[in-house]
Design a protein around this ligand. Structure first.
Ligand SMILES: [Cu+2]
Length: 353
């Protein structure tokens, strides 16, 4: 049970100013708080005054105590509120002092329990939860937005970034100019933002999975060689299929020749007939094709002018480009060819029949 001493006293309106001065009654009562804090069983001090504009001012001073023993010990010793008031007789209305000892109806234990709960919440939970919540939101913002951006292409990403920037600025401007914005408004914006980001991230991840699922079979499909230069280095052979992928096509990869699905190929050619091969550079590097008709290469690099060594036209085929090579070899036999840029790795044989 809580015990309360209530001291009622009236102050003459004309003396109120004096009571409020440093060293006056009100100042001394306020200082008395420090003394009270050291008393066993002390709980609280409350000083209130009436607010009627005319006449005497009623002053109410309440001290709260954990038990009646503490209250009695306080009352029977000096200083206490009553003795302080009595020492300021000059501002107090004569005979207006009343001292009441009272008992709180609310039980002490329920008061203590409630205070312990709200106290623990405001002391521990709030300072801990608030930064953690902000951190979680920032992480979600970074993760969600990055997932979304990875799925969005070019112009749309620019448009989204512009819209997002404007929205963030408008929200910030609103809260900056409305300092007393209600908590539910801030909370609502945060919850809405979290939902949009979370939803966006889930959408992006779903898109990504879908993309992977449709991409894999496409890469395995025959005729994948038709993508100009899009093949990864060392990408799989494309057996004859696709536009331009006919019997007379030689593919230049990094770093190999690919003829009819065969690397380091043997290319059959009829003797004494002119035959033209299409050369497609599907690699990332620059390549060409250079045939050693005389058994050895007449020059280190494809000659810019015609000579006996057939060379691709052009003699430098860039990634994604294509060229041709025309052969007309009268003598049956085998003839080496290579790429001048990768002479050791990119090799093959012409078999004239
Ligand atoms: Cu090469």
């Amino acid at each position: 049970m809580e015990y309360i001493q209530t001291v009622l006293v009236q102050i003459e309106a004309s003396r109120l100013e004096r009571a409020s001065e440093p060293g006056g009654l009100l100042a001394e009562l306020d200082e008395h708080r420090n003394f009270l804090r050291q008393q066993p069983g002390f709980r609280d001090l409350r000083i209130t005054r009436s607010i009627n504009p005319e006449g005497n001012v009623l002053l109410v001073i309440e001290t709260r105590w954990a038990d009646d023993e503490s209250l009695v010990r306080y009352e029977t010793n000096e200083p206490n509120v009553a003795t302080i008031v009595r020492s300021h007789q000059d501002v107090v209305v004569r005979d207006s002092l009343q001292v009441l000892d009272m008992e709180a109806l609310r039980t002490e234990s329920s008061f203590a329990r409630q205070e312990a709960q709200t106290g623990a919440y405001s002391r521990v939970a709030l300072p801990l939860l608030l930064p953690m919540g902000i951190l979680a939101f920032v992480l979600l913002f970074i993760y969600g937005l990055s997932r979304v951006y990875l799925e969005i292409q070019g112009d749309w990403a620019v448009a989204l970034a512009a819209v997002l920037a404007i929205v963030v600025l408008l929200i910030a401007a609103y809260f900056a100019s409305n300092a007393d914005a209600a908590g539910w408004q801030i909370g609502g914006v945060l919850v809405l933002g979290a939902l949009l980001l979370g939803g966006g991230a889930i959408w992006a991840v779903a898109q990504e999975d879908e993309g992977e699922a449709t991409q894999e079979p496409a890469a395995e499909a025959p005729g994948g060689g038709e993508q100009p230069g899009g093949e990864e280095p060392g990408g799989g052979p494309s057996p004859g299929g696709g536009p331009g992928g006919g019997a007379n096509t030689i593919i230049l990869g990094d770093n190999f020749f690919d003829f009819d699905g065969q690397q380091e190929p043997t290319v059959p050619v009829p003797a004494g007939q002119e035959i033209t091969f299409e050369l497609m550079n599907e690699g990332k590097g620059i390549h060409n094709m250079h045939v050693a008709i005389t058994g050895e290469y007449l020059s280190d690099f494809c000659a810019p002018t015609p000579n006996d060594d057939p060379c691709s036209d052009p003699n430098q085929i860039r990634s994604g480009d294509s060229g041709t090579i025309t052969l007309n070899i009268p003598e049956p036999g085998t003839y080496d060819f290579h790429c001048d840029f990768h002479a050791e790795q990119m090799t093959g044989t012409i078999e004239v029949q």
